[in-house]
Design a protein around this ligand. Structure first.
Ligand code: SF4
Length: 334
């Protein structure tokens, strides 16, 4: 049974149903803003697996306890950690800005959508900035586009992804830290449940979109157990994922301010060990990192999963007239 390893295994009947219920609406004061931007594509540091990142939103409602992107709100002088979850900024003029930038860059070394905030967070349902960006990307050829999300909302855009995949390499990375519903609710309070994410993996795979599952971030003594990771990889394979990754938790000071109180409340026995490990550096190094790397590699081998999306030779197609291509898939989608 995939979802049966709840930390409160004694729950039955209505109590279990309640624990597993999807949040319809939480009474929080989320405010949405429109924010201007000069550019959408940011060049990444050398050594990253992609050269460009693209984030249509600032802030993220999913509110993961370990989120490393909270510091991005500090650039806007928003320092309370709750503001990252409650003040959501949708970037304006996405289509025109991206079109201008795509004419100037080589996207064949990777454009990663959703590196700092989830591109399919609840705001996307209404404001559709991610979809607008994908529509523009689909006008071009020869780019390698990857999307990372925790949300099954990504399946809404399968039509655009299919159009994009015609002349570009496309892949979707679905993040699933755990199959344990109760644990996921604690760690990622407002993100879709793990089985919804798995269903999204299946839909994407059945639509021919290369899709992988990432159990990121792997959290020591919380989600790093061989058995948990094994079940997750097997479920990923069974739902059509072709690759499986794995990266360890890193804790910048802005993340520690949220994660350590979270540990104190829900995993008090782990607080001292985490504090000792992460006080010196935001990153875990040494033997533990090697153990997890080898564990993930062995699990991948067991289920025939790759470590990354299938390679696709990219060619720029000068005959693609952006506007014509746009018209083609729009008419098909309507
Ligand atoms: S989904 Fe990603 S960006 Fe959003 S809160 Fe979680 S870790 Fe942060």
């Amino acid at each position: 049974m995939l979802f049966g390893d709840s930390p409160a295994p004694g729950l039955v009947g209505i109590a279990r149903l309640a624990a597993e219920s999807e949040v319809l609406e939480a009474k929080r004061a989320v405010q949405y803003f429109e924010i201007g931007c000069k550019s959408l594509l940011n060049r990444t540091r050398p050594g990253m697996p992609f050269e460009w990142s693209l984030n249509p939103y600032r802030g993220c409602e999913f509110g993961c306890r370990y989120c490393y992107a909270r510091y991005t709100h500090e650039f806007m002088e928003l320092h309370r950690s709750s503001e990252f979850e409650e003040h959501i900024y949708a970037k304006s003029n996405v289509g025109a800005i991206l079109r201008r930038e795509l004419r100037r860059i080589d996207g064949s070394r990777g454009i990663a959508v959703g590196t700092a905030t989830d591109p399919y967070q609840p705001a996307e349902r209404r404001f559709r900035r991610t979809r607008a960006a994908l529509e523009v990307l689909a006008e071009y050829s020869g780019n390698a586009v990857s999307i990372t999300t925790k949300s099954d909302l990504v399946t809404r855009d399968i039509d655009v992804l299919a159009a994009l995949a015609k002349h570009n390499a496309v892949s979707v990375n679905v993040t699933i830290t755990t199959l344990d519903v109760s644990l996921a609710r604690l760690l990622e309070p407002r993100a879709p449940r793990p089985e919804l994410r798995l269903k999204a993996v299946r839909k994407l795979s059945e639509s021919g979109i290369p899709v992988g599952v990432f159990p990121n971030p792997i959290m020591p003594l919380i989600t790093d157990q061989e058995q948990r990771l094994d079940r997750l990889a097997r479920a990923a394979r069974d739902h059509g994922a072709s690759y499986f990754g794995g990266g360890l938790l890193f804790l910048m000071p802005c993340s520690r301010r949220v994660f350590f109180p979270f540990l104190e409340k829900h995993f008090p026995h782990l607080l001292r060990r985490y504090t000792e490990r992460y006080e010196a550096s935001p990153y875990l190094r040494g033997a533990y990192r090697d153990v997890i790397r080898d564990r993930i590699a062995a699990i991948r081998d067991r289920y025939g999963l790759a470590s990354s999306p299938p390679h696709r030779e990219l060619t720029h197609c000068p005959e693609i007239q952006p506007c014509l291509f746009e018209t083609e898939y729009r008419s098909r989608a309507s």
